[in-house]
Design a protein. Structure first.
Lengths: 117, 414
């Protein structure tokens, strides 16, 4: 069971106060009706499912009901960081010293790429 | 290899069972194989066995990172049933159940298949309606299923509490369902496949693929490179990791699923009881332990461990339904990594890489399909085209929308 530092409350809270809702940084296509079946299928159903450094969305459902992201090692279940969606994930990755080669989540890779350009 | 029968048993008892020969070899990997199976669990070993026995393809290697049957094959609650609602599921799970019925004889290995039946409980009007719908669909597919009244449930399971917090309003029973010894299924397939010439290579981790112009040429492993034109990936919880090596993504998330067993007690339960609404499934093993299936965690994890709140969540309903369990001590608890699709149906499919086929996504209920999954996957690998039973389980269903939405997949509410 996880013990999560809530980035809104800024305190450690029990996992049972939260739900996880899958991979983070997955941008919903802006015009779904114009997206191909392939792209829509990829958006809805396909996941990086990373073994190692994973990025995921959590929501508090017993209190403030706000969303935030968690960086977690899925092998050890160790939480490396929690952050609000408006925070800069690229900076957080740099601060933590995560090797970008270990990152598989497409949305995060996109952000890293854009940062370097 | 010794054939198991009463005479070999007597002969070996005279030497205190110390001279049984090894059931399978531990060969060094060859330079090249016709087919390489990645993953030495039940499904992978079954695939190798049927490749050799039905299609005469014996130059096959099964590569296993750890030891065979050490993953989900040895971690499940051993339930076998085929009472699924959708036609596509009915076909593959009933195919599996029929293969289980003859498996001990076919493999000359006692898999301890016990057709003690599986009983699903209804606790409210919605459950009854869902059961009516699912049960009727199952019957129309020619699969045995019986609707039970609360009195009939009580007759079958005398220790159940019909009028507790979760009143029992009815039940759906599949008489041909039951349990088998999970390890024996893996070992039986391994022994039979080895006898036909299949190389089972343990402690051999796949680290990458040799892919040229979109075609697979070989597999890179911790024990050297192996050439092959055909790869069958049957890696359960690690499927996404293997797919990543080959350069594609899968519609999977790997989540821990837990189970636990109690101290052994006298026989109290001679069927498998499942309750979707309160998320309980339990049976009694031949050793006398109550085998209890818990739920999955919500988050992706490769830790092979589950959270304690999941166990906390299932114990009260079990005590409510079976009050005698309130003072029963739970002895062991463990977790496995289940590869879950959104529609809770498996993926048996070609992949973007020519020559690599994948069999995964069995999620929380793969053990019951070990036989049929291996059988149709072997046929697909042998012919290069998906077997008719496997066709609906293509990855492409996530693009064209033909999902096989099995809420009944784990026998629990999703």
């Amino acid at each position: 069971m996880l013990y999560i530092k809530d980035p809104y409350l800024n305190e450690m809270r029990d996992q049972t106060e939260y739900h996880i809702r899958s991979e983070a940084h997955k941008a919903r296509p802006l015009k779904p009706s114009e997206v191909s079946d392939k792209d829509w299928g990829n958006y809805i159903f396909f996941f990086a499912n990373t073994k190692g450094i994973h990025f995921e969305r959590w929501v508090n459902y017993t209190g403030h009901r706000k969303w935030f992201n968690v960086i977690r090692n899925t092998v050890t279940d160790e939480i490396l960081a929690t952050y609000r969606p408006d925070e800069d994930v690229v900076k957080i990755i740099a601060d933590l010293g995560i090797d970008t080669k270990d990152i598989k989540v497409p949305g995060v890779l996109e952000k890293l790429k854009n940062k370097h350009v | 290899m010794t054939k198991f029968n009463i005479f070999s048993l007597i002969k070996n008892s005279l030497s205190y069972h110390e001279n049984w020969e090894q059931h399978w070899r531990s060969p060094e990997p060859k330079k090249e194989y016709d087919v390489v199976i990645v993953g030495g669990g039940g499904h992978g070993l079954a695939t190798a066995y049927y490749l050799a026995s039905e299609f005469g393809i014996t130059n096959v290697a099964v590569l296993e990172k750890g030891w065979i049957g050490g993953g989900n094959t040895g971690r499940n609650t051993t339930i076998i049933r085929s009472n699924y609602m959708w036609n596509e599921s009915a076909k593959i799970y009933e195919h599996s159940l029929k293969l289980f019925e003859g498996l001990s004889q076919e493999l000359n290995y006692n898999i301890m298949f016990s057709q003690r039946g599986v009983l699903n409980l209804a606790h409210n009007v919605h459950d009854l309606q869902e059961m009516g719908r699912r049960g009727t669909a199952i019957k129309l597919n020619g699969i045995d299923t019986v609707f039970l009244t609360p009195e009939q449930v009580k007759e079958k399971v005398p220790l159940i509490n019909l009028n507790g917090r979760y009143p029992v309003l009815g039940g759906l029973f599949q008489p041909r369902a039951g349990n088998a010894r999970h390890d024996a299924v893996a070992w039986g397939y391994a022994r039979a496949a080895d006898k036909l010439g299949v190389d089972i290579i343990q402690s051999c981790e796949v680290q990458g693929f040799d892919i040229k112009n979109g075609k697979v040429q070989g597999v890179k492993t911790t024990r050297g490179n192996i050439k092959t034109k055909k790869v069958g990936v049957v890696a359960a919880g690690h499927s996404s990791v293997i797919a990543d090596m080959a350069g594609f993504n899968l519609p999977l998330e790997t989540v821990p699923l837990q189970a636990l067993v109690s101290e052994p007690i006298k026989p109290v339960l001679d069927t498998v009881v499942m309750s979707n609404a309160v998320h309980v499934y339990l049976s009694q093993s031949d050793k006398g332990e109550l085998v209890i299936g818990a739920g999955t965690d919500e988050f992706v994890s490769y830790s092979q461990r589950g959270s304690f709140d999941v166990i906390e969540h299932i114990m009260p309903p079990i005590i409510e339904l079976f009050p005698f369990t309130s003072r029963l001590r739970q002895l062991r608890q463990w977790g496995g990594m289940t590869d879950c699709t959104t529609d809770r149906s498996p993926i048996i499919s070609k992949t973007p890489v020519d020559g690599i086929m994948i069999n995964c996504g069995w999620g929380t209920g793969g053990f019951k399909a070990t036989t049929g999954s291996g059988n149709v996957f072997a046929a697909s690998l042998a012919k290069g085209e998906m077997h008719p039973i496997a066709q609906p389980f293509s990855i492409d269903r996530h693009y064209d929308g033909y999902l096989i939405d099995e809420a009944a997949a784990a026998g629990v509410a999703h």
